[in-house]
Ligand binder design. Structure first.
Ligand code: SAH
Length: 356
């Protein structure tokens, strides 16, 4: 169902942010420097969060010049920034090849959470989602995903705030860009860098079953969020083409395996789409599917995307839906909406601007 596709790849600059400490060590040694320079550079990048090699004041001048000629610290620039009345901020960045991506900062009582994109566009084709409207342009590199986060952390540095959790729920399917997604996790985990623990990182997926199993075998402590959105194959296949490749049964088997391997409670996202999947009978079916799993269900009132034209479920009906799930023993909450006034749903800002 997903045909192979030639990804557009402009030659990217060699990005220092894409290198793990051991890779930086090999890199500085190739440039004729002692290994310890790598740690110095890593600290400058991830902890002091400089934006240029010139600021790395403990590196010899000649080496700084050499480094500048070989690699880049930053590869994206801000195009626009939208600030919501609730403090949510959404950035649109332009990448080295002119492609654009979005990153969102959400402020919760428990801390600052950042939503990063993993691809430019998306080819999963979910019918309610703006990110997929123009298809997939290309994967992001691990460095480009890290750079989104560092940009937001730099913004927070000014108010002495810090990113406390990260969600890979921006544009793109992170498990389709598996290696970059895992490298991103390793890079932000590093105690010499941002030191964000795996338990504070969530990866959201449409449900690429083989990748979920692969991730399970890695036994990382990250939270896996599954975009379920429907309880029957015919409804889910109509909303999410990926369901034609992996049925709900196959997906839930992979979820059980993830729990078995990692012991991590799963998270399920369920976007309530008016008239499609939001009746009480769907709540009961959902409870039937998930009742025996250690999981949490996040109900998301569908965000209106003009190109999609869905209607939202009335508040009263949402309350009844949650109440029914809870009555049946399912741990469910309605996601508090952030940035409703600023086109903060996936891909909306990029689509609005008509950018690629
Ligand atoms: N590809 C991944 C991550 C990106 S989308 C995935 O599908 O999980 C992040 C979440 O937002 C997913 O649950 C997605 O289904 C949901 N989403 C996308 N568009 C939406 C919309 N218009 N309203 C509500 N949720 C939406």
């Amino acid at each position: 169902m997903i045909e192979s596709l030639e990804l557009f790849e402009a030659k990217p600059p060699l990005q220092l942010l894409a290198m793990k400490l051991e890779e930086l060590e090999a890199f500085v040694q190739e440039l004729g420097q002692p290994k310890f320079r790598a740690k110095q550079i890593f600290t400058w990048l991830h902890q002091k969060r400089v934006t240029s090699v010139d600021e790395m004041s403990n590196l010899p001048q000649a080496f700084r010049e050499l480094l500048k000629s070989k690699a880049a610290v930053t590869t994206m620039k801000e195009v626009t920034r939208q600030v919501s009345v609730d403090g949510t901020i959404k950035w649109l960045w332009e990448l080295h090849d002119g492609a654009t991506i979005e990153t969102v900062l959400m402020r919760h009582d428990y801390g600052n959470s950042v939503c990063v994109s993993s691809q430019v566009g998306c080819r999963m084709g979910c019918t309610f989602c703006a990110s997929t409207l123009g298809g997939l342009v290309r994967h992001l590199s691990a460095g480009e995903i890290v750079e989104q986060l560092l940009n937001v952390q730099r913004f927070l540095d000014e108010e002495e705030g810090r990113v406390s959790s990260v969600v890979m729920m921006g544009s793109g399917e992170p498990l389709e860009n598996y290696d970059a997604a895992m490298k991103f996790v390793d890079l932000i985990n590093d105690p010499n860098g941002l030191g964000i623990g795996a338990r504070h990182i969530t990866i959201s997926t449409v449900g690429l079953v083989p990748a979920i199993r692969r991730l399970a075998d890695e036994k990382r402590q990250i939270t896996l969020a599954i975009s379920l959105h429907a309880t029957r194959d015919e409804i889910r296949s109509a909303m999410m083409p990926i369901n034609r490749a992996f049925s709900i049964d196959q997906l839930l088997d992979a979820c059980k395996y993830y729990f078995k391997q990692t012991g991590r409670r799963l998270s399920f996202e369920y976007a309530l789409v008016g008239g499609q999947n939001d009746k009480l009978e769907h709540a009961r079916e959902l409870a039937g599917l998930l009742g025996h799993l250690d999981c949490h269900v996040n109900l998301i009132p569908v965000n209106y995307v003009p190109e999609r034209g869905y209607t939202r479920t009335p508040k009263e009906q949402i309350r009844a839906f949650v109440a029914e799930l809870q009555r049946l023993g399912v741990n469910a909450t309605v996601r508090r909406e952030k940035g409703h006034d600023i086109a903060a749903a996936c891909g909306q800002l990029r689509a609005e601007q008509g950018r690629n």
